[in-house]
Write a protein that binds this ligand. Structure first.
Ligand code: GTP
Ligand code: MG
Length: 289
C-alpha cells in the first residue's frame, strides 16, 4: 500500500536536497529551480491519483518551504487534509444503526461482514439487514457471511422494499437488545434514479445514525465524484476505503478525504474478516513521508 506515494515523496525530497546542496544553502530554492521542482511534484502527485484541486492546494502549502522544512510542511498539510472531524461509528446508541452505501462492487457487503466481526470481537451483538434486494445472489451472499460469523440476518424476497427489511432489522435489534444494526444496500450510481430514491427511503424510514460511503480505492479520480455525489444526494457521515491492499498509489485516500470533507473511518486491506483497519492519519503519514 502507498508504495508509489512513498517513492514520490522520497524522490522529491532527494531532488530538493540536491538543489540545496548545489547552492550550498539549506534555505529557499528560488526561481526556475523551484518552478521545476514544483512541476515535478505536481506531476508525481497527479500520477498518484491525487485530484487536481488537492494537488494545487498541496503545492500552495509548500511553495515557501525551505529545503530543510519541505518534508515537515508536506506532512503537516497532508495531516490537515486527512484529519477531518473524526467520528466513532461504533459508539453505542442501543442500537447503533449503520448503513453502508456505494457503487456496484465497492466492497459494501464484505465491509459490512468485517464490521460485524469487529463488533463480535468487542463482545457486542449485531444483526445484519439484507437491504440489497436487487442484485441476484446478494441475499445469499450476506446469508453466507451471517453463517460464517454466526450473526443473524434479516431478509425479505428479491424485489421487495429494502426500507422494510431495514425497518424489520431495527425492530429485531430492539426486541433482542442487540447493540448494532448493520444495513447492506444495493450498489448504484447516480444515474440510477430509482435506486437512489430507494436509498433515500431507507434513510427516511430507519434514520441510521451513520450513513457510510464505501469507496474502492482503486477507482482513482472517480472516487472523488462518488464521494461528492452520494454526499449531495443522500448525505454521508464518513467514508470507508476498500482494497487498499491492492492500491499502490494511495492518492484516493487523500483526494476523497479532501473533497468529501468527511472523515475516513476504516481501510479495507484484504478479503478476510479481520482485514479492516481503523484509519490512522499519523500511521499512514509516517509510512509515506
Ligand atoms: N483485496 C480486497 N478485496 C476486497 C476488499 N473489500 C472487498 N473486496 C472484494 O471486492 C469484491 C466485491 O465486494 P462486495 O463486498 O461484494 O462489494 P459490494 O459493494 O457489496 O458489491 P455489490 O453488492 O455488487 O454492489 C469481492 O470479491 C470482495 O472480496 C478489500 O479490502 N481488499
Ligand atoms: Mg453487496
Amino acid at each position: 500500500m502507498f508504495r508509489k506515494l512513498k517513492n514520490t515523496f522520497s524522490k522529491i525530497s532527494a531532488k530538493v536536497k540536491q538543489e540545496a546542496g548545489k547552492v550550498n544553502v539549506i534555505k529557499k530554492i528560488e526561481g526556475s529551480k523551484l518552478k521545476k521542482l514544483s512541476n515535478d511534484l505536481e506531476d508525481e502527485l497527479l500520477s498518484n491519483n491525487i485530484a487536481y484541486g488537492v494537488v494545487n492546494e498541496i503545492l500552495d502549502a509548500v511553495k515557501n518551504s525551505s529545503a530543510k522544512n519541505l518534508k515537515v510542511d508536506l506532512k503537516n498539510k497532508l495531516k490537515e487534509i486527512l484529519s477531518s472531524n473524526k467520528i466513532n461509528i461504533l459508539e453505542e446508541k442501543n442500537p447503533t444503526i449503520i448503513m453502508l452505501i456505494g457503487v456496484n462492487g465497492a466492497g459494501k457487503t464484505t465491509t459490512l461482514a468485517k464490521l460485524a466481526q469487529k463488533i463480535k470481537k468487542n463482545k457486542k451483538k449485531c444483526v445484519m439487514a439484507a437491504g440489497d434486494t436487487f442484485r441476484a445472489a446478494a441475499i445469499e451472499q450476506l446469508e453466507q457471511h451471517g453463517k460464517n460469523l454466526d450473526v443473524k440476518i434479516i431478509s425479505h424476497n428479491y424485489g421487495s422494499d429494502s426500507a422494510a427489511v431495514a425497518f424489520d432489522a431495527v425492530e429485531h435489534a430492539k426486541s433482542k437488545n442487540l447493540d448494532y444494526v448493520l444495513i447492506d444496500t444495493a450498489g448504484r450510481n447516480h444515474a440510477n434514479e430509482d435506486l437512489m430514491r430507494e436509498l433515500e427511503k431507507v434513510k427516511r424510514v430507519v434514520k441510521p445514525h451513520y450513513t457510510i460511503l464505501v469507496v474502492d480505492s482503486l477507482t482513482g479520480n472517480d472516487a472523488v465524484d462518488q464521494a461528492k455525489l452520494f454526499g449531495k444526494k443522500i448525505g454521508v457521515d464518513g467514508v470507508i476505503l476498500t482494497k487498499t491492499d491492492a492500491d499502490e498509489r494511495g492518492g484516493a485516500i487523500i483526494s476523497v478525504a479532501h473533497e468529501s470533507g468527511k472523515p475516513i473511518l476504516f481501510l479495507g486491506s484484504g478479503q478476510g474478516y479481520d482485514d479492516l483497519e481503523e484509519f490512522d492519519a499519523d500511521k499512514i503519514l509516517n509510512q509515506i513521508i
